[in-house]
Design a protein around this ligand. Sequence first.
Ligand SMILES: Cc1cc2nc3c(=O)[nH]c(=O)nc-3n(C[C@H](O)[C@H](O)[C@H](O)COP(=O)(O)OP(=O)(O)OC[C@H]3O[C@@H](n4cnc5c(N)ncnc54)[C@H](O)[C@@H]3O)c2cc1C
Length: 378
Amino acid sequence: MDLTFDEHEAAFRDELRAWLEVNRPGPEPAGEDARWAWRMDWHRRLASGRWAGVHWPVEYGGRGATYTQSAIFFEELGRAGAPLPGDALGLLLAGPTLMAWGSEELRQRLLPTILAGSEPWCQGFSEPDAGSDLAALRTKATRDGDEWVIEGQKVWTSNAQYAKWCMLIARTGSDSPKKHHGLTYFVMDMEQPGLQIRPLRQITGESEFNELFIEGARVPHDHVVGGVGNGWKVTLTTLMNERAGLGFFLQVRLRQQVDALAAEAAARGLLDDPRVADRLGDLHMRAEAIRLTAYRGLTSTEKHGQPGPEGSVTKWMWSEASQELAQLAVDVLGPDALVEGTAWAHELLRSRGNSIEGGTTEVLKNIVAERVLGLPRR
Ligand SMILES: Cc1cc2nc3c(=O)[nH]c(=O)nc-3n(C[C@H](O)[C@H](O)[C@H](O)COP(=O)(O)OP(=O)(O)OC[C@H]3O[C@@H](n4cnc5c(N)ncnc54)[C@H](O)[C@@H]3O)c2cc1C
């Protein structure tokens, strides 16, 4: 990817910089509901300036930004210390999946609300016995006239308590011995009686994710994405967008956190301690490597239209760096980093999940080995 800006790209950067200057959000509030509201408010503010989903095609409300402009967008967000939009699942996962596989009616109905931040999404993939081995899922969908009736259970469903829509995979055919067959991808309305959402308390004390019990929920047939029985391919599109997109989004956050920790270390006179300086330098380089790897992923997306399996590398590198950063924060701040309710204490506890969410590191290593490096399957 060539990161030398032409005059359009420089103008894009200047316009965004000027907008961010006057639209930067206030400080992040404490408390889960307040934080969600704050992030969605930021999402809507970005949308009002046409800055949500800059890379989306103009026909679906984006700016049709080039890949270099998308890179500029993330750079500038990081530079301004601004958070990521609230409905990342909609922008990064559901939107691109609908653009690749959804009917024109679904795209027209749903894409504008994703950009606007008016109807947030959740991802109903994992089940109690189907996480890494996702194709083992058992949630069942049965056709009933123009509708499908869904029965089953999902788990770890982030933001289900706030979501209007769910990307749901369910089994619609049970005869095939190959479990990847007979799966169908649905867009399920979360506001209906057949659903029970039970929050799961995490080590942070928050309940970011939930158990989702589905007992006779109904989905219209025209909310099937990519055709009946074709759900595995559609799911892979979502997963590849998740790994590549999240890696890209989160490298911005990592950069901000490395800078914040360096500032804390400087304030405590610890930059002269070679053990701290060494580890900060290492994290700085890793953040840069993740940034450049994410850019390389953009180039690959430009060539093939969709992100490829190499997005798994970014997500894996990010989760390791993020956990190392939280550990270093404890060493720099000492007991201050362990005070409940503080940002670093939250980070220390929350970052444990980074190597599990969106695909565990072990599974990502398998993908990189088999599908990027072409090593033989075990
Ligand atoms: C913070 C967070 C948010 C999440 N949000 C969502 C969400 O919104 N929607 C959703 O659907 N899911 C979500 N998940 C679930 C997540 O996708 C799963 O936890 C993940 O895929 C792992 O599945 P599992 O927990 O069943 O573990 P398992 O698959 O049972 O894995 C257990 C262990 O075995 C290892 N393992 C498994 N298979 C292999 C293999 N083939 N080779 C080597 N090692 C292997 C794993 O790496 C892991 O260490 C979330 C998880 C977290 C932590």
